[in-house]
Design a protein around this ligand. Structure first.
Ligand code: SF4
Length: 339
């Protein structure tokens, strides 16, 4: 059965036409789903009973069940959602002063194999559909009775490896008749799939692009992130500059500091050289130690020195708050423990 949340409004109108229904009915349903946020067709009370029955036969609502929920002392909440096909994914809700932010997964597993990531070791199973990406937001809003204002594509999976479904989910997210989450409140994080960065730049969606950089040296980066063997740092930087040129948006470079790996002053100097004169921001992440992981978190002293050096050279750098560190902070950890 088709998942009704897989369709953006234009596609849903086409589906309704195929069912010999008026397109404005699709708009009504879209409003019920994303403005009123109901969880059953029976709650769509301005539709006739016949139409509701017809929709029940054609579409499923695919409301996720929570398999597990963990809450951190800092208010961060993690959910393990049942995808209703035997698979599970993880979603994280974070509190910031500017609102509630959600970190969504885009795939069941991941092909990228980044060494510092807890999703490594979980085989790639499948892409999430647009509706499954959207449902993570709706399920958390239902559970917590909150409104999400920011969406970060940084959970399990490589968003640009599931490009079409992620882009369609963004169209649903920021539709003025739907969830109304503006592109500027949406951030996409990638390990560096160069052709897709270029494609995204050409779309000029105004989303924030986050690049998992983590090293300035090809040998070291390839060791940490195998994708670097396919698209090296030079190619990645070219694509980033193209993204900035096309969108005039600042790129956020993620740099996870691992002790005695990429956290010394020489690394900071190389980073300054690489990012000089770019419209960017560096997000320094105290790496999370994962079970059987090779990397160990850098010392606080090193992290601060690293940040201060970048700032002194005109590269804006901040240290990411370690949200939820008491509840399996690295992406994928909650899921892995439950498999
Ligand atoms: S960091 Fe992201 S891209 Fe890399 S393995 Fe983990 S989920 Fe995949």
């Amino acid at each position: 059965m088709k998942n009704i949340k897989d369709y953006n409004l234009e596609e849903l109108k086409e589906e309704f036409i195929k069912l010999s229904e008026k397109p404005y009915r699709a708009e009504q349903v879209f409003k019920w789903l994303y403005v009123d946020k109901v969880s059953s067709f029976d709650e769509m009370t301005n539709l006739s009973k016949e139409l509701r029955e017809k929709l029940k036969k054609e579409f499923k609502l695919n409301n996720f069940k929570i398999l597990k929920k963990q809450e951190s002392v800092d208010g961060t909440k993690k959910y393990l959602f049942d995808l209703l096909d035997g698979n599970a994914i993880e979603t994280v809700l974070m509190e910031y002063h500017h609102g509630k932010s959600i970190c969504v997964s885009t795939q069941v597993g991941c092909k990228m194999g980044c060494k510092f990531c807890a999703s490594t070791g979980i085989n790639f199973i499948r892409n999430l559909s647009s509706g499954e990406i959207i449902e993570q937001i709706l399920a958390v809003e239902r559970e917590e009775n909150v409104t999400i204002s920011n969406v970060v594509f940084m959970g399990i999976g490589e968003p640009l490896d599931n490009f079409d479904n992620v882009i369609n989910a963004i169209h649903i997210l920021n539709h003025p008749k739907g969830l109304k989450i503006g592109a500027r409140h949406i951030s996409i994080s990638t390990s560096g799939i160069v052709p897709k960065i270029i494609e995204l730049a050409d779309m000029n969606l105004q989303c924030t692009l986050s690049i998992s950089l983590h090293s300035t040296n090809d040998a070291k980066r390839s060791e940490m992130m195998p994708i670097n063997k396919k698209y090296n740092i030079e190619e990645l930087m070219k694509a980033c500059k193209y993204y900035i040129e096309k969108t005039n948006k600042r790129i956020s470079f993620e740099y996870a500091l691992a002790k005695e790996n990429n956290d010394n002053l020489e690394d900071a100097k190389e980073l300054v050289k690489l990012l000089k004169n770019m419209l960017c921001h560096v997000n320094l992440i105290p790496i999370n130690k994962i079970e059987n992981g090779t990397y160990v978190k850098s010392t606080n002293e090193n992290i601060i020195k690293f940040r201060d050096y970048l700032n002194s050279k005109g590269i804006v750098a901040t240290i990411r708050r370690e949200l939820g560190s008491d509840i399996d902070a690295a992406c994928g950890q909650l899921r892995r423990k439950n498999l």
